[in-house]
Design a protein around this ligand. Structure first.
Ligand code: PLP
Length: 420
C-alpha cells in the first residue's frame, strides 16, 4: 500500500513551484495545461542558474569549468537513466525535444529497412510518433500500417495493432499514454507480441511521464522517448535506447565528433544548463518519494517508485472526481474513458467538447476565469480526424499532482456558468 499524498503534502509540493503563486483577477490561476508543459520547481530554476553562475563551459576542455560542466552533464544522464529504469547512463541521449530526437533517430534506424518491409504506427499517437516514422518509411519505400482506435472510448485497438504486425514489420511506434484522451496503452503486452516477430518497439512516453513510472527493462522495448518539460523540468528531450543499438547503428554525424555513446547521438552543443535542470526535476520527484516513505536513504530509483505509486493514486482519485463533475454538465462530451473502475487505464488528461461553443471559445472563456487549458488537436491529429473533430478539436483538461480538489471544483463551477 503506497503512502498517500495528503492535501497537506500537496500544499508542500505546490510551494516548490513559484509559478503556482500566480493570480488571475485576484484569484489563484489554475494550471490545467500540464500536458503541454508543466510548471517547474524552484530547484530546477536553481540548478539552471547554478550552472550559468559557476561552470558555464563547453564539453571536453582541459580546464576547471569545462570539467565541472562535464561532471554535471554525466550526472544528468544518470538521473534520467534512473528515471526510465535503465542501468547504464550512456543509454540516455539528450536533445532539443522529443520530436527532433525522433526525427534524427528515425532517419538512422530507417537505414536498416528495405523496400517490402513495413512499420506500424497508431491513430492514437501524437504526430511526433507518427509522421517522424512515416516520413522515414516513405524515404525507404517501406509500407506504413496504421493501428486503429476504438472511437467510443478513444483507446487503442490492440487487436488491430497486433494483426498488422508480421515477419516484415521492422518497427512498432506506440505511445505509452494518449496526450488527448489520456488512454494508457498496454505497452508491455504490445512489445512482447512484437518481439515474436523480431520487431523493434519505440515507445513515446512523453505524455505518461508525469503520471506513471517508466520502466524500460520491464516493458522490454528497444527505444523510449520523453521530454523533461512535461514532468516539471526544462524544455529538453530525452531518448533511451539499448546500448548495443546506439553503438551499432550509424549516426548522422559531423567530423570529428566522438563516436562513443551517448556523444555519438548528441549532435552539436547541448543545452547544458537545462540538462542540469532535468536532473533537478527527477530529483524533485525522488525527494517526494523519500518524504512519503520517510526514508532519506532510498536510492533515486526506489524513491521514484514510491513517489509514482502515490502520484498515481492521488491523480486517479482527482480524475475520478473531475470526470464525475464533467458528467454532471449537460451536453458536455468526454472523449475518453469515463468509468470509475477503469481509472487505471487512463492518465488524468480529459478532452471534452460541447455543442454550444467551439473548443477555442470554451478554452478562451476558461482562460478569462484564470483556468488555463489547451484547445485544438494538440498534434494528436489522427485521433481528431477519426473523431470528426477537425478543425476545432477539443478542450483538454490536464491534471498533474500539483492540482487540487478545490481547483477541480472551481473548474466545474466555471464550466457550468459558461455553458448554462
Ligand atoms: C505524447 C507526445 N508525444 C510527443 C510530443 C512532442 O514532444 P516535444 O515537444 O518534446 O517534441 C508531445 C508534446 O506535446 C506529446 O504530448
Amino acid at each position: 500500500m503506497a503512502t498517500p499524498l495528503t492535501a497537506d503534502l500537496i500544499q508542500k509540493c505546490r510551494i516548490q513551484f513559484p509559478a503556482l503563486a500566480r493570480e488571475h483577477d485576484g484569484q489563484p490561476a489554475i494550471f490545467l495545461d500540464g500536458p503541454a508543459g508543466t510548471q517547474v520547481t524552484q530547484s530546477v530554476i536553481d540548478a539552471i542558474s547554478h550552472y550559468y553562475c559557476t561552470c558555464n563551459a563547453n564539453h571536453g576542455g582541459q580546464f576547471a569549468t569545462s570539467r565541472e560542466s562535464d561532471v554535471l552533464v554525466q550526472q544528468a544522464h544518470q538521473a534520467l537513466a534512473d528515471f526510465v529504469g535503465a542501468d547504464n547512463w550512456r543509454e540516455i541521449v539528450f536533445g532539443a525535444n522529443m520530436t527532433s530526437l525522433t526525427f534524427a533517430f528515425s532517419r538512422a534506424v530507417s537505414q536498416t529497412w528495405s523496400a517490402g518491409d513495413n512499420i506500424v504506427v497508431t491513430r492514437l499517437d501524437h504526430d511526433a510518433n507518427v509522421s517522424t516514422w512515416a516520413l522515414a518509411a516513405r524515404d525507404q519505400q517501406v509500407e506504413v500500417r496504421y493501428a486503429d482506435i476504438h472511437k467510443q472510448d478513444c483507446t487503442l485497438d490492440v487487436d488491430d495493432l497486433k494483426s498488422k504486425i508480421d515477419e516484415r514489420t521492422r518497427l512498432v511506434a506506440v505511445g505509452f499514454a494518449s496526450n488527448s484522451s489520456g488512454s494508457i496503452n498496454p505497452v508491455k503486452e504490445i512489445t512482447a507480441y512484437a518481439k515474436q516477430f523480431q520487431t523493434q518497439v519505440f515507445i513515446d512516453a512523453v505524455h505518461s511521464a508525469p503520471h506513471r513510472l517508466i520502466d524500460v527493462a520491464g516493458i522490454g522495448c528497444d527505444f523510449l522517448a520523453c521530454s523533461t518539460y512535461k514532468f516539471f523540468g526544462p524544455h529538453i528531450g530525452v531518448l533511451w535506447a539499448k546500448s548495443e543499438i546506439l553503438e551499432n547503428l550509424e549516426a548522422y554525424k559531423v567530423r570529428p565528433s566522438s563516436m562513443d555513446i551517448p556523444d555519438k547521438w548528441m549532435t552539436g552543443t547541448q543545452n547544458f544548463a537545462s540538462l542540469c535542470g532535468s536532473r533537478a526535476a527527477v530529483d524533485y520527484i525522488a525527494d517526494l518519494g523519500r518524504t512519503l516513505a520517510d526514508d532519506g536513504s532510498l536510492s533515486r530509483r526506489e524513491a521514484l517508485q514510491v513517489a509514482y505509486a502515490a502520484i498515481t493514486k492521488y491523480e486517479d482519485d482527482l480524475c475520478t472526481n473531475m470526470i464525475a463533475g464533467l458528467k454532471s454538465i449537460e451536453g458536455l462530451r468526454i472523449h475518453g474513458i469515463t468509468e470509475d473502475e477503469r481509472m487505471q487505464e487512463r492518465v488524468p488528461t480529459v478532452s471534452v467538447t460541447h455543442p454550444k461553443l467551439t473548443a477555442a471559445e470554451l478554452a478562451n472563456q476558461l482562460g478569462e476565469r484564470g483556468i488555463y487549458a489547451w484547445d485544438g488537436n494538440y498534434y494528436a491529429l489522427e485521433l481528431t480526424e477519426q473523431l470528426g473533430l477537425e478543425p476545432d478539436g477539443m478542450v483538454r483538461l490536464g491534471l498533474v499532482h500539483y492540482n487540487t480538489q478545490q481547483e477541480v471544483d472551481r473548474l466545474i463551477t466555471a464550466l457550468k456558468e459558461i455553458l448554462a
